[in-house]
Design a protein around this ligand. Structure first.
Ligand code: PLP
Length: 377
C-alpha cells in the first residue's frame, strides 16, 4: 500500500496568488488608469485589443464585458437569431448555451469525443441530417478544459453544409491546433477573462476576435448600443464594454501567459506520470494540439467516492460540470430536438477536476497523486 505524504500546508489560492505575484505592476496599472480619468473605452482597451489580437494571430480583437456576451455579440453580428439553430456541445459551461439563446437562436446539442470532451464531428453530422438540421446556421466549437476540438473535421462539415464555424475559447487561451492559435481558426471566436481563466482579469472581461473586418466593425457597434456614430443607434445594440481598469490589468498579465501555460503543462505531466496504471482516464493532448490545461479533468468510475476522499484530505477536487447543458432544466427543452448524446451522458457522472493552476507547487500535485493511489490501494 502506498503511504501518502503529509498534506502541504495549503493548496495556494488561485487567482489570489496571481495578483500577489504581480501586485506592484497591477497596482501601477490601476493607478495609471485612475489618474488618467478616462475609464471607458480609452487607450488601455485600445492597446489591449491590439496586443491580444496579435497574441491570437488575428486582425481584430474587440473588448467586451464577459465571455458570454462575446458569444452573443458574435452571433448577433452574424444575424444568427430567430429561427436559426447553432450546434453546440452539451458538455460545456452553460454560458456557451445561454449565449446562443440570448442571441435569439436555438441550441442544437451535439455529443463530444469521450477522450478530449470536445465536439464530435460524427455527432455534428447526425445533427445536420436531423429534421431540424435545415435551421442550422453555425457551429460553436468549444475548446473545453483547454483542448482544441477536431477543427479539421468540423470545418469539413461546415464547408460542405454552408455553416459558419465559430470558436468558444473561454478555457483555451494559448492552446494551439496544428501550430495555429485557437481563436484564429473559425470565422470568429469568443474569449472570457473571468478571473480563474488562463488569462484572467480582476473582475469580468471578454473579447471577440476575428480576421473579418466587417464582422469586427459590427461587433464594435453592437457592444455599445449599436452606435456607429456617438448617440446614433443604427442597430439594436447592448452595453458590453471591457473597462479600462480590466484592460490595464490584462496588459500586465498577457505577456506572462505563455510561461503560465508552460507551468500548467509541466504540472499536468506530473499528474499523468503519477496516475498511470490506475483505473483512471487522464487528459490527452492530441499530437496536433497544444493543450492549455485550464482544467485537469480525469474520468473515473468511482468519481463520487474519490471526490469525497480527496476533499476529506483538503484537496479541492471539483466537478466541471455536475450536469451537461441538456440535462439542466433551463435548457432541457432544446434536448428534444438534438441527436442522442451517449458519450456526454456516460461521462457526466465520471468526470473529476483535480487542482491545477500555475501557482500550485509540485509537492501539492504529488500529494494529490499519492492520495489517489492510496484510494485505489
Ligand atoms: C466554455 C465557456 N464559455 C463561455 C464562458 C463565459 O464566460 P464569462 O464567464 O466571462 O461570461 C465560460 C466561462 O465560464 C466558459 O468556460
Amino acid at each position: 500500500m502506498t503511504t501518502a505524504k503529509s498534506a502541504p500546508s495549503c493548496f495556494s489560492a488561485y487567482p489570489l496568488e496571481d495578483y500577489r505575484a504581480h501586485r506592484e505592476d497591477i497596482q501601477q496599472a490601476v493607478q495609471r488608469v485612475l489618474e488618467r480619468g478616462h475609464y471607458i473605452l480609452g487607450s488601455e482597451v485600445a492597446a489591449f485589443e491590439q496586443e491580444f489580437a496579435s497574441f491570437v494571430g488575428v486582425a481584430h480583437s474587440i473588448g467586451v464585458a464577459n465571455g458570454t456576451d462575446a458569444i452573443e455579440l458574435l452571433l448577433r453580428a452574424l444575424e444568427i437569431n430567430g429561427g436559426s439553430s447553432v450546434a453546440v456541445p452539451s458538455q460545456t459551461a452553460v454560458a456557451s448555451v445561454s449565449a446562443v439563446v440570448r442571441a435569439g437562436a436555438a441550441p442544437l446539442f451535439v455529443d463530444v469525443d469521450p477522450v478530449t470532451f470536445t465536439m464530435l464531428p460524427e455527432s455534428l453530422e447526425q445533427a445536420i441530417h436531423s429534421p431540424i438540421g435545415r435551421q442550422l446556421k453555425a457551429v460553436l466549437a468549444v475548446a473545453l478544459y483547454g483542448h482544441p476540438a477536431d477543427m479539421d473535421g468540423l470545418r469539413r462539415l461546415c464547408d460542405e453544409h454552408n455553416l459558419i464555424l465559430l470558436e468558444d475559447c473561454a478555457q483555451s487561451h494559448g492552446a494551439t491546433y496544428h501550430g495555429t492559435s485557437v481563436g484564429s481558426i473559425g470565422r470568429g471566436a469568443a474569449f472570457s477573462f473571468y478571473p480563474t481563466k488562463n488569462l484572467g482579469a480582476i473582475g469580468d472581461g471578454g473579447s471577440v476576435v476575428t480576421n473579418d473586418t466587417a464582422l469586427a466593425e459590427k461587433v464594435r457597434w453592437l457592444r455599445q448600443y449599436g452606435w456607429r456614430e456617438r448617440y446614433i443607434s443604427d442597430f439594436e445594440g447592448i452595453n458590453s464594454r471591457l473597462d479600462e481598469l480590466q484592460a490595464a490589468i490584462l496588459r500586465v498579465k498577457l505577456p506572462l501567459l505563455a510561461a503560465k501555460n508552460k507551468r500548467r503543462r509541466s504540472l499536468a505531466a506530473i499528474y499523468e506520470k503519477g496516475l498511470s496504471n490506475l483505473p483512471i482516464q487522464t487528459p490527452v493532448s492530441r499530437p496536433c494540439c497544444e493543450h492549455a490545461y485550464h482544467l485537469y479533468v480525469i474520468r473515473v468510475k468511482q468519481r463520487d467516492a474519490l471526490m469525497k476522499y480527496l476533499t476529506s484530505r483538503n484537496i479541492p477536487a471539483a466537478r466541471h460540470y455536475p450536469a451537461a447543458a441538456h440535462q439542466q432544466r433551463a435548457y432541457a427543452f432544446f434536448a428534444q430536438r438534438s441527436p442522442p448524446l451517449p458519450n456526454t451522458e456516460a461521462l457526466v457522472p465520471e468526470i473529476l477536476s483535480l487542482p491545477l493552476h500555475p501557482y500550485l507547487a509540485e509537492d501539492e500535485v504529488e500529494y494529490t497523486v499519492d492520495v489517489i493511489r492510496q484510494f485505489f490501494a
